[in-house]
Design a protein around this ligand. Structure first.
Ligand code: ATP
Ligand code: MG
Length: 446
C-alpha cells in the first residue's frame, strides 16, 4: 500500500477521552472511531489487525478439527425463554421488539442457538465428538463501557461449542481448547496465562480464563511466577490424543494461578514466598465445561450406544477477538507508539522515502516495494511529501515492526537502512539484502 492512497487518519494530539494507553494509541493511529458508547467503526488499519487476529484464531481452531460456521447477531427470544436465561440474563442483554411485536435480542453469546441447531440435526452418539464455532459480533449493554475496544458494548468474539457423549470426552474437548488457545495467543506475540476462574452467568464447574498481565487489566490475579516461564512454542501435538492434551493442560495449570474470584489465600501461601505474585490482568479468553446445563432443559440428546437417549455434555469456549487488539497494545508499546508483534502487524514493513521526488530515491523505493510484494509481503510505502521526522513519527506510532529507510546519501553507497521498531537498532545493507532479511523474518509467520 502507498500511504498517499491509503486512509490513515492519525491524530497529533492525545485524545482526552482515552484513559489507557491502548485506547489512546488506537485512536491516534487512526485504527478506530467511536460511533456511540462502546461501539466502534474499524478504520482500515484497525480492521487489518482485527482480520489478522481472526485468521490466527480460525487457523488454530481448524488445526484442531473444529468446524467453522456463522450464526446471526439477532436472535429470537424463544430459545432463551426455553433455557430460562431470557429473564436471568439481566440488563446487559439488549432486547428488541420487531414490527410483529416479537421479542428479539442482540446475542450476547450463543449457547441456546447452537443447542437448538444441534438438537435439530444430530441424533446419534456416532456423530460425536463435535465442535462448532463461529466468530461473530456480540452485544452486551455493559454498565461501564470503557477503555476503547477492551470493554466495548459491541465486540467480536470467537465462541466455540463442544458436544460429547460423556464427561470424560467433554474434558478432552476442554483440554484440546486449552492447547489451541495457548498456540493462538503465542502466535499473536502474547503470553496469556490460564487461571482458574469463576463461571458467572454461563454456569458450570470447570473453567479457566486466559489473562494477559498488564497494569491496566481489570482483573486482580495471583500466581506463582514459575508459570510465566512456560512456553508452548512450536511443539507438534496430536489433538485427538487424550494423553497429549491432558499433559499440556496439567503443565500449564498445575501451578497456582487464579483471579480474585477464586483466589484462595491459604493455598497461595504454599507457593514459595519469592515466587508469589499479585498483579492485574486482561481476560482475553475463557473455556468452560458445563455438562448438561443446556442440553437437559432444551432436550439436546443423542441416542447412546444402548439405544437410549442421553443429554450431551457441552462446553463453550470464547476468545475476545476485538479485545485482543487492546491487550496486545497494552503488552507491547513504548512512548512513541505501538510495537506490533510480527504475527499480527497490519503491514510487514514500512518504507520511508527521505526525499520524495528525487528520481533515484523514488526508483529505489518503487523497486523495494515491488520486490517485497512479489514475495507475498505487504509493505506500507510512505510516498508522501511529509518531512522525514514526520514520516518516522507516523511509522513509530502505527508500530510496524520493521522499517526500511531510503535516501539519496545511502543510495550513493548502494545501501538502505533497516530498523527494528522494538530495539531501535539500524543496520545498513543493500536493498536486496533488506528484502531478503524481511522475507526471512516472516518465513513461517506471514
Ligand atoms: P468480562 O469478565 O471481561 O466481562 P466475560 O467473562 O463476561 O468478560 P465471556 O463470556 O467469557 O466474557 O466472553 C469471552 C471473551 O470475550 C472474554 O474472555 C473477553 O475476552 C471477551 N469479552 C467479554 N466481554 C467483552 C466486552 N464487553 N468487550 C470486549 N470483549 C469482551
Ligand atoms: Mg469470561
Amino acid at each position: 500500500m502507498r500511504l498517499s492512497r491509503y486512509f490513515l487518519p492519525v491524530l497529533k494530539e492525545n485524545p482526552s477521552e482515552a484513559q489507557i494507553v491502548s485506547h489512546r494509541l488506537m485512536l491516534r493511529a487512526g485504527m478506530i472511531k467511536q460511533s456511540a458508547a462502546g461501539i466502534y467503526s474499524w478504520l482500515p488499519l484497525g480492521f487489518k489487525v482485527l482480520r489478522k487476529i481472526e485468521t490466527i484464531v480460525h487457523e488454530e481452531q481448524q488445526r484442531a478439527g473444529h468446524i467453522p460456521m456463522l450464526m446471526p447477531t439477532l436472535q429470537s427470544a424463544d430459545l432463551w425463554k426455553e433455557s430460562g436465561r431470557f429473564d436471568a440474563y439481566g440488563p446487559e442483554m439488549l432486547r428488541i421488539k420487531d414490527r410483529q411485536d416479537r421479542d428479539m435480542l442482540y446475542g450476547p453469546t450463543n449457547e441456546e442457538m447452537i443447542t437448538d441447531i444441534f438438537r435439530s440435526h444430530v441424533g446419534s452418539y456416532k456423530d460425536l465428538p463435535m465442535t462448532l464455532y463461529h466468530i461473530q459480533w456480540k452485544f452486551r449493554d455493559e454498565v461501564r463501557p470503557r477503555f476503547g475496544v477492551m470493554r466495548g458494548r459491541e465486540f467480536l468474539m470467537k465462541d466455540g461449542y463442544t458436544f460429547d457423549l460423556t464427561k470424560e470426552d467433554a474434558l478432552h474437548a476442554y483440554n484440546r481448547h486449552l492447547v489451541t488457545y495457548l498456540r493462538s495467543y503465542e502466535r499473536m506475540g502474547l503470553q496469556a496465562i490460564p487461571m482458574r476462574a469463576d463461571s458467572g452467568p454461563i454456569g458450570g464447574d470447570d473453567t479457566h480464563e486466559f489473562l494477559v498481565l498488564a497494569e491496566t487489566g481489570e482483573s486482580e490475579v495471583f500466581y506463582d511466577s514459575q508459570i510465566t516461564e512456560l512456553k508452548f512454542g512450536d511443539r507438534e501435538i496430536d489433538y485427538d490424543s487424550v494423553d497429549q492434551c491432558q499433559a499440556v493442560m496439567e503443565e500449564f495449570t498445575s501451578r497456582y494461578a487464579r483471579t480474585d474470584e477464586t483466589h484462595d489465600a491459604a493455598l497461595f501461601a504454599e507457593v514459595p514466598a519469592e515466587r508469589q505474585r499479585s498483579a492485574r490482568g486482561i481476560e482475553v479468553g475463557q473455556i468452560f465445561y458445563f455438562g448438561t446445563k443446556y442440553s437437559e432443559p432444551m432436550g439436546a440428546t443423542v441416542q447412546g450406544p444402548d439405544g437410549k437417549p442421553v443429554p450431551v455434555h457441552m462446553g463453550s469456549h470464547g476468545i475476545g477477538v476485538s479485545r485482543l487488539l487492546g491487550a496486545i497494545i497494552e503488552a507491547s508499546h513504548d512512548d512513541k507508539g505501538i510495537i506490533w508483534p510480527e504475527g499480527v502487524t497490519p503491514f510487514h514493513v514500512g518504507i520511508v522515502n527521505l526525499k520524495q521526488g528525487d528520481d533515484q530515491a523514488d526508483a529505489a523505493c518503487d523497486a523495494l516495494y515491488a520486490s517485497l510484494q512479489a514475495l507475498g509481503l505487504d509493505p506500507l510505502y510512505d510516498d508522501t511529501k511529509e518531512r522525514a521526522g514526520g514520516k518516522f513519527a507516523t511509522m513509530d506510532l502505527i508500530g510496524l515492526p520493521w522499517r526500511i529507510t531510503v535516501g539519496p546519501r545511502g543510495l550513493k553507497n548502494g545501501v538502505v537502512e533497516l530498523t527494528s521498531r522494538r530495539t531501535g537498532e539500524s543496520e545498513e545493507m543493500t536493498p536486496e539484502a533488506a528484502v531478503e532479511k524481511i522475507a526471512e523474518i516472516y518465513r513461517g509467520i506471514a
